[in-house]
Design a protein around this ligand. Structure first.
Ligand SMILES: [Zn+2]
Length: 292
């Protein structure tokens, strides 16, 4: 099996990272690139038109337990006027690269790799998919949303008080790490925790610090307390009682150019070595989840 090639990831990020609000010309081009990338990787591709938008769904049938599904998704839309390199060209390019690598393996379970639409409008694309997901057992859904930004500067990571209180072990680790914003963050619900820990073990074997935050059943849909950890497409699966985890760079807690708030979210701000570690660790965790 071929290895993760972060140059390909960087090429895809460079292509995707232009303004692409739903319905725009570049949005269509990115949607087409998802479909073409997944097809080339050996997936059967379907475009799920759910009325307001279009998800791209790539599927590779499992060799032993095809009705058991492992999913990796990333949203390809972004708000108008912002290039969205980290959010979420990084995740889409990452999902395509993982698909390319795992497309060469015979996986016992079925693997779906998806590019979601209209996340920025309120998780519309992933929710349309999760609501209509029937007839198969979802082992776990991995979500990539912002996987490309890291900073090794001291005290560059924000970890809000309520989160530090809820996850004191991580808060301590962050202090020992001098507040550097170069670790991988994973948010899982309790039924997906084992997959998060698997990913963490792989990342730490690469020398990349990883923080896992597991939310209880009560916490995962608690907008007021944990909404900051539940802003992306993993929530669509949680709403359906399906196991899901979110792999990311902590987004707004680390990245000044989040949604182009402070500077443009452009590819030159991203960290290829960080993304490469995210992709390697996730590829290994997805492969294990798929029964390899
Ligand atoms: Zn996003």
């Amino acid at each position: 099996m071929d290895c993760i090639d972060s140059e390909r990831w960087a090429e895809d990020v460079a292509f995707i990272a232009k303004s692409r609000p739903p319905g725009s010309i570049h949005w269509q081009k990115v949607q087409d690139r998802c479909a073409a990338g997944l097809e080339k990787a050996g997936f059967t591709v379907e475009r799920q038109d759910y009325g307001t938008g279009v998800n791209v769904i790539g599927r590779r049938e499992g060799t032993e337990a095809p009705s058991e599904v492992v999913l990796l998704g990333a949203h390809y839309d972004h708000i108008s006027g912002c290039p969205g390199a980290d959010d979420n060209a990084s995740g889409v390019a990452g999902a395509l690269e993982v698909a390319r690598v795992l497309g060469q393996a015979a996986l016992p379970r079925t693997l779906i790799v998806a590019c979601w639409d209209e996340e920025e409008l309120g998780l519309w694309g992933s929710r349309a998919f999760a609501e209509s997901f029937t007839g198969a057992k979802l082992a776990v859904a991995f979500n990539f949303d912002m996987i490309g930004y890291a900073s090794s500067a001291e005290q560059s990571q924000i970890f809000p008080g309520p989160l530090a209180e809820r996850f004191p072990g991580l808060a301590e680790e962050l202090v020992a790490h001098k507040g550097r914003a170069d670790f991988i963050a994973v948010v899982a619900d309790s039924s997906a925790e084992s997959f998060a820990l698997e990913l963490e073990a792989h990342a730490e074997s690469l020398g990349r610090l990883t923080g896992v935050m597991t939310l209880t059943e009560a916490e995962k849909l608690d907008e007021d307390a944990f909404g900051v950890l539940a802003r992306s497409d993993q929530v669509s699966f949680w709403e359906q009682g399906l196991p899901a985890l979110h792999v990311f760079d902590t987004g707004v807690f680390r990245y000044p150019a989040y949604h182009c708030f402070s500077g443009l979210d452009t590819a030159d701000k991203l960290d290829q070595a960080f993304a490469a570690d995210v992709l390697k660790a996730t590829t290994a965790a997805v492969a294990t989840a798929a029964g390899l």
